[in-house]
Design a protein around this ligand. Structure first.
Ligand code: FE2
Length: 314
């Protein structure tokens, strides 16, 4: 495990995934993908939330812990480690997510022991890596708030603000998690990347989990979003055995979240529309504020209005 201030050198393709969420089968599947691709634990990053909606929190923590990969703390990990009363996701009070999270958090709280909580408490809140000559900051939610939701259509100025926080440390981009949906954007030449999550579908009407691979190539970093199938019915059975909420158990098969409480308007609109895996290249020369819609982005192209907006702080 690496401390908060270390910079990790990455020499080769980097596999990124988020949100194991206590889904042992999905976690096993994504770690098996890494083995199949020949990617060692030293080049695997998890963006946090080892525990959440699904029914095998203890085994999932053990699997990630034993894998020896890099992990940043998620808000669910933090809340569990500190004995907080809820997941700290920041769901609107009284909404469906708020009600359901209270139910699964109680299940997780009953099962996870002191040793695992100490391990979760020691996770770093951020990691800096260097890959292909770029430095990237790995966080869970927002750059300064662990449970901030940052989606593909979160306003660019908010992303610019967060990207600017890493400038003093020489960071050229952010790898984040938390929101549960994969996306990649290049903003004023800097990268914002979210690999999505392994343990819950991407609200796209399929049961697939998501991960990404960042590969240094000549003059660029190639970012590829991948989907994977796994034994989601075994994960559903574990949730039933543990008394976890039916709504999230159903979501593992339907691919549709039980609530859109936290989503931006666009992400609500595309609920149930299957994502197609995609690749973009983050070029070293892409440092052109004000560039129009040619900015690379996946899966949501920036609108002309967004792309033409002046840079606020970078
Ligand atoms: Fe989270």
């Amino acid at each position: 495990m690496t401390g908060n201030n270390a910079v990790i050198g990455i020499d080769g393709p980097l596999l990124v995934f988020g949100g194991p969420y206590g889904n042992l089968q999905a976690t096993e599947a994504v770690l098996s993908v890494a083995v199949g691709r020949g990617i060692p634990p030293s080049r695997i990053v998890c963006t946090g939330d080892l525990v959440a909606y699904c029914g095998d929190p203890v085994a999932t923590i053990a699997r990630v812990r034993d894998a020896g990969i890099h992990v940043v703390m998620g808000n669910c990990d933090e809340q569990l480690a500190t004995g907080a009363p809820d997941c700290g996701c920041g769901f609107p009070e009284g909404g469906a997510c708020d009600r359901l999270s209270s139910a699964w958090f109680q299940c997780v709280d009953r099962e996870v022991g002191a040793s695992d909580r100490r391990w979760l408490a020691a996770l770093p809140r951020r990691l800096d890596i260097e890959i292909g000559g770029r430095r990237l900051r790995i966080i869970h939610g927002g750059a300064d708030v662990i449970n901030q939701f940052v989606f593909a259509t979160t306003p660019l100025d908010e992303k610019r603000r967060q990207l600017s926080l890493g400038l003093a440390d020489g960071c050229h981009g952010i790898i984040g998690g938390h929101c549960g949906m994969p996306f990649t954007q290049v903003i004023d030449g800097r990268l914002w990347h979210n690999a999505g999550v392994a343990g819950m579908p991407a609200n796209d009407g399929t049961a697939r989990g998501w991960y990404s691979v960042l590969t240094p190539v000549r003059g660029a970093i190639e970012v590829t979003h991948h989907a994977f199938d796994y034994d989601h019915r075994a994960a559903m059975a574990a949730m039933a055995r543990g008394g976890y909420p039916d709504e999230y158990r159903a979501a593992l098969e339907s691919g549709v979240w039980p609530s859109c409480d936290v989503l931006e308007a666009h992400e609500r609109t595309v609920q149930g529309a299957a994502l197609t895996p995609g690749t973009l290249r983050w070029l070293a020369s892409e440092r052109r504020p004000g560039l129009s819609a040619a900015w690379p982005a996946w899966p949501v192209p920036l609108t002309a209005a967004e792309a033409d907006a002046p840079a606020a702080c970078c």
